[in-house]
Write a protein that binds this ligand. Structure first.
Ligand code: 5GP
Length: 190
């Protein structure tokens, strides 16, 4: 069911979406990962064009005005958006396209692409999420506090999604996602 379809992966910052996504793409190279545009500064090790396209705010605003983004949102003081053209092109070619985006963006996609399949990744607990955010050591204390605040709001909206997956054990979480995305629809019928 992944073919030619938008697959949205959402979940609080620090929940491990990135790791899950990397493993999913390794197992299914036929899936296309949409590289987002952001005004956030690159973290150490992040590569332009691979993790994100890093742009200045003025350039981001221009893209919004010119309707070059499929969805976009502000998150913890920075803007993030999905470039429209490559995603539409891949869908047209019949590929499954994965967007790793936050809640507001997921809602925009839901409105505009009712056929998109939306997955929400949950942490085993808030304490564990805070621990993960702190131990990756990538954000300032202020950014961590903002991300935790946002995490609570996002988790409250988890029921809006087609499925919820708890990322306690990465392999189990991955198996659950795969089972949903790659089980032929007819074998799901009762
Ligand atoms: P980070 O700064 O940790 O890389 O990302 C912060 C949040 O922005 C994450 O929840 C991530 O999923 C989300 N995000 C990344 N790219 C996009 C995008 O293109 N659109 C939206 N709406 N959110 C995004």
């Amino acid at each position: 069911m992944a073919k030619g379809r938008l697959i949205v992966l959402t979940g609080p910052s620090g929940v491990g979406k990135g790791t899950l996504l990397r493993s999913l793409l390794q197992r299914h190279p036929d899936l296309y990962f949409s590289v987002s545009i952001t005004t956030r500064a690159p973290r150490p090790g992040e590569v332009n064009g691979q993790h994100y396209f890093f742009v200045k705010r003025a350039e981001f605003e221009r893209m919004v005005v010119d309707n070059e983004l499929l969805e976009w949102a502000e998150f913890a003081g920075n803007c993030y958006g999905t470039p429209r053209r490559p995603v539409e092109e891949q869908i047209r070619q019949g590929r499954g396209v994965v967007l790793e985006i936050e809640l507001e963006g997921a809602r925009q996609i839901r409105r505009n692409f009712p056929n998109a399949f939306q997955i929400f990744i949950l942490p085993p607990s808030m304490l564990e999420l805070e621990y993960r955010l702190r131990s990756r050591g990538q954000d300032s204390e202020e950014a961590i506090v903002r991300r935790l605040e946002r995490a609570k709001a996002e988790i409250n909206a988890a029921d809006e999604f087609d499925i919820r997956v708890i990322n306690d054990d990465i392999n189990k979480a991955l198996d659950q996602i795969e089972a949903t995305l790659f089980t032929p629809v007819e074998s799901l019928a009762v």
